[in-house]
Ligand binder design. Structure first.
Ligand code: FAD
Length: 394
């Protein structure tokens, strides 16, 4: 861990460090430079100081984790609506907090978020910290990082959970650096061990092993968790957690300005779909996806894909299911011509019902399939489409 300090006896108060700091973290107090807690340790001030009065030093952390307690969940929102992953984090967070006998808290940043926060408070959360300001309407790294860092230092949670969304993936590492703690990204399992540490499990080495990671000497224990991996919390009407309004303050620094927000049109929402029909290399050619689309249409589902066919350019990336694609949890997942590599299974194995169509009876996908159809997909799928259409016409 690094620490920065000013050698007061050497500092002449020339102010060069102040003008060079890109984060406005240095001020003069009694003609000496003082570096605030907002410092990102970029080291520019160290280089510009003519008197060599600023030093960055490696220091050992003592590992004192006492004083930290409870589980904090980042209540991510987009366009004023709490993201669905938050309800899953709250479900898991409640379970962890109960095992520890501690509190479950959430933090929400946004504009006009009171109603949403009140709704979230009915999902078994003990307390919600709400930062409400036009400045926070859309996610921006600077203000979100500053406010969350300050809140974590104040509240001192033992565990801090964040969704592994594009926002969470930008925010979590910044927070971990500021808080000088560890971060396990993309967790698929969380539990508490006998020493009350958080067991953070995630795929490693390209999904070939599951690694369980501990953060014993630093707090909070931070983890990002993918959407559709944990079970969503249940609403508990009448049991509303406390809402604590937090002051945003004037000092929040922001180096970016949002000019406009445009949403990419998405014809497929894999993560929300209840029925997914996925195609793999067994299709033989990109044209095979018209058959997959036909089956998906007949069932009222959407089309997914393995990575190999995405890499081949047969179908866009947004359809990819798996470790480096999307994690899905539909009621029905039909894998057509997909072998069942661990990286694919990592994204779909928690689906309620899995049907696999593969001409190789030894294909690994059959090990996790609820219904296994051994055969040529070009013979099997038309039969299924015909049967579904017949059923629909009755
Ligand atoms: C770091 C890393 C991340 C990865 N991330 C992902 C990911 O997110 N998602 C993902 O899917 N993969 C991912 N992969 C790739 C993964 O390892 C596999 O290579 C990939 O899933 C295989 O795709 P597939 O099943 O379509 O092709 P194959 O493994 O080639 O399987 C094709 C299957 O089709 C069957 N078949 C052939 N013809 C027919 C037919 N006519 N009828 C019926 N069955 C037929 C074959 O028997 C075979 O089982 C990742 C790999 C790495 C290293």
């Amino acid at each position: 861990m690094s620490e920065i300090r000013v050698l007061r006896e050497k500092c002449t108060g020339c102010g060069l460090c102040i003008t060079s700091c890109p984060f406005q973290c240095i001020s003069l107090v009694e003609d000496k430079a003082v570096i605030s807690e907002e410092c990102r340790l970029c080291g520019i001030c160290v280089d510009v100081c003519p008197e060599k009065a600023i030093e960055v030093e490696e220091v050992e952390r003592t590992g004192d984790v006492s004083g930290y307690s409870g589980v904090l969940v980042f209540g991510e929102q987009r366009r004023g609506v709490i993201s669905p992953v938050v309800y899953e984090l709250v479900g898991k967070g409640r379970e962890l907090a109960d095992k520890l006998g501690e509190r479950l808290e959430c933090v929400v940043l946004g504009e006009n978020m009171k109603t949403q926060a009140e709704d979230l408070a009915e999902y078994g959360v003990d307390r919600i910290y709400l930062f409400d300001s036009p400045l926070l309407a859309d996610f921006r790294d600077d203000p979100y990082t500053q406010l969350l860092t300050a809140l974590v230092k104040e509240v001192q949670p033992s565990i801090f959970l964040i969704g592994a969304t594009s926002i969470g993936r930008s925010l979590a590492p910044r927070l971990a650096i500021r808080l000088q703690t560890g971060l396990t990204a993309d967790c698929t399992g969380l539990d508490i061990d006998a020493e009350r540490n958080l067991l953070q499990t995630r795929p490693a080495f390209g999904g070939n092993v599951m690694a369980t990671i501990l953060c014993t000497n630093h707090r909070p224990q931070m983890a990002t968790v993918r959407y559709k991996v944990m079970t969503r919390a249940e609403k508990q009407p009448g049991q509303m957690g406390e809402i604590v309004l937090k002051n945003v303050g004037d000092a929040v620094m922001d180096r970016t300005r949002i000019l406009s927000v445009s949403t990419e049109s998405e014809d497929v929402s894999l993560t929300e779909a209840q029925i997914i029909v996925s195609g793999g290399k067994g299709l033989g050619s990109p044209e095979g996806f018209s058959l997959i689309q036909e089956l998906a249409d007949a069932l009222g589902g959407v089309v997914g894909a393995s990575r190999l066919v995405v890499d081949e350019g047969w179908i866009p990336f947004r359809h990819q299911v798996g470790l480096s694609g999307k994690t899905v949890r539909p009621r029905l997942y039909i894998a057509c011509g997909i072998s069942g590599a661990v990286q694919h299974l990592a994204g779909m194995q928690t689906s309620d019902v899995i049907v696999a169509i593969n001409k190789d009876p030894l294909a690994p996908i059959f090990k996790i399939a609820d219904y296994s159809i051994v055969g040529d997909l070009y013979e099997v799928i038309p039969e299924i489409i015909r049967a579904v259409k017949e059923e629909n016409s009755i």
